[in-house]
Design a protein around this ligand. Structure first.
Ligand code: SAH
Ligand code: SF4
Length: 443
């Protein structure tokens, strides 16, 4: 009998998370149920990320783990999608004889047909062609009808920025914005189903609409702000070069916009910013930060930083460290530079040893951890508004939610509070979360 259960593992960014949600829906449409155990599944899928070598090695490691499953059960279908699949295409089928299907970043919608083909005709297949604009516009992932109080909504896809280190423009294709009417309709529907907070996502959300005859990103935010039932709005990821004054003003003007912005700086030195092709200077970035604080004094920022980019001198690195001290991010996602084949930086001479990069990386981590610790410690004693999302991972009658600053807050309380707003007095700060006590249900 056909085993119609599937196991899905997702790596990488929020774009993959949303595409994986779509995969779950699509596979349900052909009668497949999800399972947490690959050993039980008739179909196993890896949804991969190619942004750094570490992610790639991890994906191949996990793929290798599926090989014995196939040896035990030759009927098992194994598939790989996402950015590695997009980059490697057919090559993957040649390299991994136990792999049955490969689907690219523009081909998620084809998955049901591909799975059926493999199951019925016992063929192996690969689809990694980029789609034309018109077809892509029809295929933005959306998912309503699921119980959750917070949701991602895709508003654009792709990237035209070509930062010299980054593989994303090659594996995700050109930038394209979803029609605003469709975005707003989806959010209205989500609100009706009980969703209270939406995060607008895309590789580069603040250049929304610039390539089409669409409303601007600030105008889109304003319209989302007007939707009844939605109480909070976030967006990610933003590029500093496209952060307009009008968008900065939104943080002072739109009551539902959370007071947190993820604004990846990548590095603090003008020389390196230039070779990274980031399109802004240190000064311009710092100007944006100070204007954000002018319109919204208690806004908090987080960032991405790359260490060990080719040619990064000790002075360049010191500039990054001093920028961290100046901006005082709540947290940073820091990465050791990883050369990606096909990008322009891959051809730059990289004279660093892995050890030297690791040393700088550790110094940076120490500095940032101290800054983060000071920020979160200062929150102890304050009362914060939290949207209760459900039972905490900590279990034991604990609930969790997030503050406007996107920080996880755990506290004790009855389950019925899920989906409501509460005030929580912060009692203790941990590295990844805050602990608090319920003050009173609010709103
Ligand atoms: N579009 C987003 C995020 C893209 S990838 C942006 O522009 O901010 C997420 C992060 O991965 C990047 O911000 C960058 O810090 C990191 N990254 C991308 N390519 C990398 C590489 N080759 N080596 C190390 N880190 C990289
Ligand atoms: Fe990559 Fe730069 Fe595009 Fe971000 S903006 S996805 S870092 S090329």
């Amino acid at each position: 009998m056909n085993n119609k259960t599937f196991y899905l593992e997702t790596f990488g960014c929020q774009m993959n998370v949303v595409d994986s949600e779509r995969i779950i829906d699509l596979l349900a449409g052909i009668g497949y149920q999800q399972t947490d155990e690959p050993e039980q599944a008739g179909l196993v899928l890896l949804h991969t990320c190619a942004v750094r070598d570490k992610a790639v090695r991890k994906a191949y490691g996990h793929l290798g783990r599926f090989k014995p499953l196939k040896e035990r059960n030759p009927e098992l279908i194994i598939g790989m999608g996402g950015c590695i699949a997009q980059q490697e295409g057919k090559q993957l089928l040649e390299e991994f004889p136990y792999l049955d299907l490969v689907f690219g970043t523009h081909n998620v919608h084809r998955l049901p047909e591909m799975v059926q083909q493999v199951a019925e005709k016992h063929v192996r297949c690969e689809e990694t062609d980029f789609l034309d604009r018109e077809t892509r516009l029809q295929l933005f992932p959306s998912r309503t009808g699921q119980e959750a109080f917070t949701r991602f909504v895709t508003i654009m896809q792709g990237c035209d920025n070509f930062c010299s280190y980054c593989v994303v423009p090659y594996v995700r294709g050109r930038e394209i914005s979803r029609p605003s009417a469709e975005i707003l309709a989806e959010i209205r529907e989500l609100a009706e189903q009980g969703v209270r907070e939406v995060t607008l996502i895309g590789q580069n959300v603040n250049s929304y609409g610039t390539k089409e005859e669409e409303i601007s990103f600030p105008a889109l935010l304003e319209q989302v702000n007007g939707i009844d039932g939605i109480d909070r709005i976030r967006f990610t990821t933003s590029h500093p070069k496209d952060l307009s004054d009008e968008l900065i003003d939104c943080f002072g003007r739109l009551d539902k916009l959370c007071k947190h912005l993820h604004l990846p700086v990548q590095c603090g030195s003008d020389n390196i910013l230039k070779t990274m092709n980031r399109g802004y200077s240190r000064e311009r970035y710092l100007n944006i930060v100070s204007r954000l604080h002018q319109v919204c004094p208690d806004i908090r920022l987080s960032s991405d930083v790359i260490v060990g980019f080719p040619g990064e001198t000790e002075e360049d690195f010191a500039e990054t460290m001093s920028l961290l001290e100046k901006v005082r991010y709540t947290e940073i996602y820091s990465f050791i530079y990883s050369p990606r084949s096909g990008t322009t930086a891959a051809d730059m001479t990289d004279e660093f040893t892995a050890e030297a990069k690791q040393k700088r990386f550790n110094r940076m981590l120490d500095t940032q951890q101290e800054i983060s610790r000071q920020i979160w410690e200062a929150d102890v004693g304050t009362v914060q508004e939290v949207l209760v999302e459900g039972e905490s991972k900590k279990g034991a009658g604990q609930l969790f939610g997030r503050s406007t600053w996107n920080r996880i807050v755990n506290f004790s309380g009855p389950e019925e509070l899920a989906g409501t707003w509460v005030s929580v007095k912060i009692t203790k700060a941990f590295r990844n979360s805050l602990l608090g006590e319920l003050v009173e249900p609010s709103m």
